[in-house]
Design a protein around this ligand. Sequence first.
Ligand SMILES: NC(=O)c1ccc[n+]([C@@H]2O[C@H](COP(=O)([O-])OP(=O)(O)OC[C@H]3O[C@@H](n4cnc5c(N)ncnc54)[C@H](OP(=O)(O)O)[C@@H]3O)[C@@H](O)[C@H]2O)c1
Length: 215
Amino acid sequence: MKVGVLGSGDVGKALGKAFVALGHDVKMGSRSATNEKALAWARALGPKASVGTFADAAGFGELVLLATLGEANEEVLKAAGPERLAGKILIDTTNPLDHSGGGPPKLSVSGNDSGGERVQRLVPGAKVVKAFNTVGNALMFRPELPGGPPDMFIAGNDAAAKQTVTALLKDFGWGEVHDLGGIESSRYLEPMCIVWVLSALRGQHWNQAFKLLRK
Ligand SMILES: NC(=O)c1ccc[n+]([C@@H]2O[C@H](COP(=O)([O-])OP(=O)(O)OC[C@H]3O[C@@H](n4cnc5c(N)ncnc54)[C@H](OP(=O)(O)O)[C@@H]3O)[C@@H](O)[C@H]2O)c1
C-alpha cells in the first residue's frame, strides 16, 4: 500500500518507519520538499521511503497519517489539499496541545469540541480515524511490554475505515482495539494524552501505554 505521512517529527518518523518495515511505500510530507530531517529519515530507510511537500504526501497516500503539531493542523491540511484526501482514510495521531503555560501541556480545544472533530471538519471528504494519540512514539510500533501488548483507543465516523485501522493496529502489534464511537469521542481520547504525560512526568516512566483489564 502507498502511505502518506504528513509530518516530519518523531511520530511521523516512527510510524513511517513502521509502515516501511511492514513492506509499504511511504512518502513523508513537510512544509518543504527538502526538509533535512525528512531527507535523512528517507535516506536511512532506502527506496520504499521518499519525501515531498504536504500536498505530495497527501496525493501519494492511499492511506494518510496526520502527524503534525496540533496547532498547525489547519495550515497543514489546507496545504495538503482536502481534495487530495477525499475518500481516503486519514489517521489523526495529533493532540491539540498548548505548551504556553511552561508546565505540563494543556488542551487548547476541549469541552464540546476536539482536535479530531476539527480535523474532520477541515477535510469533510476524508474518513478520519483518531488513533495513536494516547501513546508515546517509542511504543507506537511493536509495543512490547512486560504486561503484554497494550490497548489502543480509536474513534471515527466511518465503520469500514475503523475496521481497516483496527487490522493495521494488529499488524503493528497492539492488543485490543477499543472503538469509542464517532469522531466526537476525540473529546475523551485527547485528554487521555494528558493523563499519559502527567503520569510519565511524575513517575519518569516514558515507556508506558494504556490497557483495559477485564474479568
Ligand atoms: N511525540 C510523541 O510521542 C507523540 C505521541 C502521541 C501523539 N503526538 C502528537 O502527534 C503530533 C506530532 O508530534 P511530533 O512530536 O511528531 O511532532 P511535532 O513537533 O508536534 O510536529 C512536527 C510537524 O509539525 C509541522 N509543523 C510545525 N509547525 C507548523 C506550522 N506552523 N505550519 C505547518 N506545519 C507545522 C512540522 O512541519 P515541517 O515538517 O515542515 O517541519 C512537522 O512536520 C502532535 O500533534 C503530537 O501532539 C505526539
